[in-house]
Every structure is written in structure tokens, then in C-alpha cells.
Design a protein around this ligand. Structure first.
Ligand code: NDP
Length: 264
């Protein structure tokens, strides 16, 4: 019998994950099927997971912290960052992982040899990626619109600033980790700050995918190397698929089929 998987989120109708995972199940001949579920109340996650008879799930905005709380077992990295985007059921227990951050790390490694990285944004994704980048020896600083979310980073010793107290600092790689540009035409920070950053930088990544954001457009006008969030999405999906299938396939095997979701 086929195993059933799903993505939980709200909204979730735009998600590419069902297509990505179904292409990989099909291509690799694995008996699996992946669907989507719009979940309003994150506290219902475990109940829904079991009532749908799922073997595994991905979790997207805004339920990654609820997913963290719903798990019986957490892998050490998910435990450290407090956010889960992948759940696997084993013997009636929920095991939680975070594949967003290692997916993003791979994108950074493929981008080039950079050391000094600025994350613009201080939400859940910035938290997990800042931790993994720091663990890998990168020099990470954070710039955010508001002060509130920077407290988490200050407590962990990161170099942080808000727009008003930002002092120019040369960074090789600048990353948009905000939702600015996702559905509107705003930049993630004031144009003057971005100009001074882009004059010194080599490359940018915008983790928004599927459209050219004002941030990416501006970076390109400075001749910077750039990438959108598609590879991050693909890589977190490949790593999640590995957990779902008990690591039966290599990264490249899964990638061969899952990548097709971006050409359809
Ligand atoms: P959160 O809601 O946790 O955090 C949002 C962050 O964006 C905050 O720092 C907030 O600043 C900032 N922000 C929001 N709007 C603006 C704006 N107009 N101008 C400046 N800053 C703004 O979000 P997540 O960390 O969960 O996700 C961030 C983005 O990453 C989303 O667009 C999401 O879709 C994308 N994403 C992409 C992935 C991929 O695979 N490509 C994976 C995961 C996420 P403040 O504190 O001041 O409110």
C-alpha cells in the first residue's frame, strides 16, 4: 500500500512540495503519494497527522514552531533552533527535523567561497540559517526592520542592527530572509543601506522564489552574482525526502526527479 505524505501550512495552495515529492516518488519507483493540507490551528497538527494516516509531513509558514512542539523526538539541530519543517512517523511517534537550514547552507556553499554574510531579516528562517552558518564557521550578522526579533540573536552573540543604527560594514554575501517582495514590490531595507552594501558585496541570495523581487533586480543592477530561493526549496525537499524514505536514495538521485517540478 502507498504511504501518504502531506504539507501543512496556511496558506498552502501555492506550495510546490506536492509536485516535487510526487515526481520523485514516481521517478524513483517509491510507493508514496504527497498531498497538501491547509491547517488553521497549529495545535491540531499531531491530531491531523494521525487522523490522515500520514507517514511523514512537511510544515510551512506559520506552523514550524507548532511542529517543533508536536514532536516526540527531535534531531539535535531542530532542538537547537526550535523549528521543525519535516516530520516522520516511526512506531506511532513523531520525529522532527529541520531541513531548511542545511538546504540553505548547500546553496551558500555552491554560490562561492564567502566568509562574511549579512542576513536581512530576523524571522524563523533567519534563526535556523544563522545557527547553521555560524556552526560552519561563517561570520554572520543580522539586519532587521524592528528590534524585537533581534533579541533572540543578541542572546546568542550575533552582531545585529536595526535600520536606524546600521553602520556600513563590508559583507561579501547579502541575503534577503524577509518576506518583502513576496507579494509586494518593497525592498527588505531602505535603498540607501542596500546601495552601500551592494557596492561592497560580491553576491546576493533572495529566499523568495518564483519571481524577480525588487531586491534581486537592484542587486543585478550592481552586477552582483544572484540566486533566488528555488534551490533552497529544492534542497530542503530533497533532504526531507531522504528522511521520508529512510535514506534509500542519494541526493543526486532525488534531485534528478524533484528538480523537474521547476520546469513544469
Ligand atoms: P517570519 O514571519 O518568521 O519573519 C519575517 C521577517 O521579515 C521579519 O524579520 C520581518 O521583520 C521581516 N519583514 C516582513 N516584511 C517586511 C518588509 N516589508 N520590509 C522589511 N522586513 C520585513 O518569516 P520566515 O522567516 O518564516 O520566512 C521569511 C521568508 O522566507 C518568507 O518569504 C518565506 O516564504 C521565505 N522562505 C523561503 C524558503 C525557501 O525554501 N525558499 C524556506 C523558508 C522560508 P520585523 O521583525 O521587523 O517584522
Amino acid at each position: 500500500m502507498k504511504k501518504l505524505f502531506a504539507i501543512f501550512g496556511n496558506p498552502v495552495s501555492h506550495s510546490k512540495s506536492p509536485l516535487m515529492h510526487n515526481l520523485a516518488f514516481d521517478g524513483l519507483g517509491y510507493e508514496g503519494c504527497y498531498t497538501r493540507y491547509r491547517l488553521e490551528d497549529g495545535d491540531m497538527l499531531a491530531e491531523k497527522f494521525f487522523s490522515l494516516g500520514l507517514s511523514g509531513a512537511n510544515i510551512t509558514v506559520p506552523h514550524k514552531e507548532s511542529a517543533f512542539r508536536a514532536c516526540d523526538h527531535l534531531d539535535p539541530f531542530a532542538l537547537k533552533v526550535g523549528a521543525v519543517n519535516t516530520i516522520v512517523e516511526r512506531d506511532g511517534k513523531l520525529h522532527g527535523y529541520n531541513t531548511d537550514a542545511p538546504g540553505f547552507l548547500r546553496v551558500v556553499e555552491e554560490m562561492g567561497e564567502y566568509e562574511k554574510i549579512l542576513l536581512v531579516g530576523a524571522g524563523g528562517t533567519a534563526q535556523s540559517t544563522a545557527v547553521i552558518l555560524e556552526e560552519m564557521g561563517y561570520d554572520v550578522s543580522i539586519l532587521n526592520r524592528g528590534a524585537k526579533r533581534l533579541e533572540w540573536f543578541d542572546e546568542r552573540g550575533f552582531d545585529t542592527s536595526v535600520w536606524d543604527d546600521y553602520r556600513p560594514d563590508a559583507r561579501e554575501l547579502i541575503v534577503n530572509m524577509t518576506s518583502a517582495g513576496l507579494t509586494d514590490d518593497t525592498l527588505p531595507a531602505p535603498e540607501e543601506i542596500l546601495s552601500s552594501l551592494f557596492e561592497e558585496a560580491d553576491a546576493v541570495i533572495d529566499i523568495v522564489y518564483g519571481r524577480e523581487t525588487p531586491f534581486l533586480k537592484m542587486a543585478k543592477s550592481y552586477g552582483l552574482k544572484s540566486a533566488d530561493g528555488s534551490d533552497m526549496l529544492l534542497y530542503q525537499g530533497i533532504l526531507a525526502f531522504g528522511h521520508f524514505t529512510g535514506e534509500m536514495y542519494t541526493f543526486d538521485d532525488i534531485s534528478r526527479y524533484m528538480r523537474r517540478a521547476f520546469y513544469i
